[in-house]
Design a protein around this ligand. Structure first.
Ligand SMILES: [Zn+2]
Ligand SMILES: [Zn+2]
Ligand SMILES: [Zn+2]
Length: 357
């Protein structure tokens, strides 16, 4: 989800949290109206901002967003802040202006703006860098039950940045942030997955006063990985690869998580997978290097032999069947059986049916 959508959606959720009577929508109504609300609000605000820019920045939209102390004004100020932060909607990127508008929106009550303002202080983006001020902003936002603020404040307590190090406070905040996971609106809280991953680390390494527990660690890592959390995907990759932290060693699953991390452009995931596939030419079932046989359909996946290929083909959750059908290779033959090379007759046995290197 793009940042404008996150800003608009979090504004609506914050408004809903405080709404009473007819202004309050049920979770189901929120879900069904989500798309129409977002596009309607986006169009309205874009239109107002464009008019405002045309009037030389002194238009009514900006004036109202600047002075109003209600939820509508908070949402509008957060929208303008996001435009400055990203340099979109006809507004040039300007971190100082973004910080000014984040501050206005947080004064009007937006906890989402408050956490962005805290992050700006942490990074020194448009304001004078100060972890102490960042912690103060995160604290105010976390008190409004903002999951991102709870997570970021936890990392400060965990590392002692801008605040006295306190691992038990960090743990409590990680738990609060991770608990938003079943709030029904996880996409508005990008930090929920990172809190889950951090809890996985606590249980795996026995830190923050937690007793080592593989079952809890695996649960948190897998939940976070399901939300495509980069660090969690890498944790799952390493543990499936090495059979550590109570994970059952499974090279096929390890590669699946590494590939997902590469898609998220996380760290060196892409480099790692290129190494495994291109340089060490690993068997995609067992991981042994210098595999000489290839799947005859996609001409991409290498295996040691027919039994390795069969293991990959029959994998219960990450079968090569699912990827092979979508693979397009100039040398590949989409209609061919993966076990039968074009040169082989249909009666050939699996071993001879491989397309050898
Ligand atoms: Zn994450
Ligand atoms: Zn193999
Ligand atoms: Zn294939």
């Amino acid at each position: 989800m793009d940042r404008i959508a996150v800003a608009l959606w979090s504004s609506l959720l914050e408004y809903q949290k405080r709404a009473i009577g007819i202004g309050k929508l049920s979770p189901e109504e929120l879900k069904t109206k989500r798309h129409s609300f977002l596009s309607e609000a986006h169009q309205r605000m874009s239109r107002n901002l464009a008019k405002d820019i045309a009037e030389g920045g002194r238009g009514r939209f900006r004036q109202r967003a600047k002075s109003s102390k209600d939820w509508k004004g908070a949402g509008e100020a957060l929208f303008i802040a996001t435009c400055y932060a990203e340099g979109i909607e006809g507004v040039g990127q300007d971190t100082e202006e973004a910080a000014i508008w984040y501050r206005r929106a947080s004064i009007a009550g937006s906890s989402e703006a408050q956490v962005h303002l805290g992050a700006a202080y942490g990074a020194g983006n448009g304001v004078i860098q100060s972890w102490k001020t960042a912690v103060e902003k995160f604290g105010k936002s976390a008190a409004q039950e903002n999951a991102s603020a709870q997570y970021l404040l936890a990392t400060c307590y965990s590392s002692g940045k801008g605040v006295t190090k306190d691992e038990s406070k960090a743990l409590a905040l990680y738990r609060l942030a991770a608990a938003h996971h079943d709030s029904g609106n996880p996409e508005a809280y990008a930090s929920v997955c990172c809190a889950q991953n951090a809890l996985g680390d606590c249980y795996n390494h026995s830190t923050h006063g937690v007793t080592r527990n593989n079952i809890h660690a695996i649960k948190f890592y897998l939940e976070a990985a399901e939300s495509n959390c980069g660090p969690a995907l890498m944790n799952c990759f390493e543990h499936y690869l090495n059979g550590t932290c109570g994970f059952q060693r499974d090279f096929i699953l390890a590669i699946k998580y590494l590939r997902d991390a590469a898609v998220q452009e996380h760290g060196n995931a892409l480099h790692l997978i290129q190494n495994i596939v291109c340089e060490s030419r690993a068997c995609m079932a067992c991981g042994k290097p210098k595999a000489t046989r290839k799947c005859a359909r996609c001409c991409k996946y290498r295996y040691c032999n027919a039994s390795c290929q069969m293991v990959a083909w029959k994998h219960p959750t990450a079968s090569h069947k699912l990827r092979c059908q979508g693979a397009h290779s100039p040398r590949g033959n989409q209609d061919a059986s993966p076990f039968t090379s074009r040169a082989c007759s249909s009666g050939a046995n699996l071993e001879s049916a491989f397309m050898a290197e």
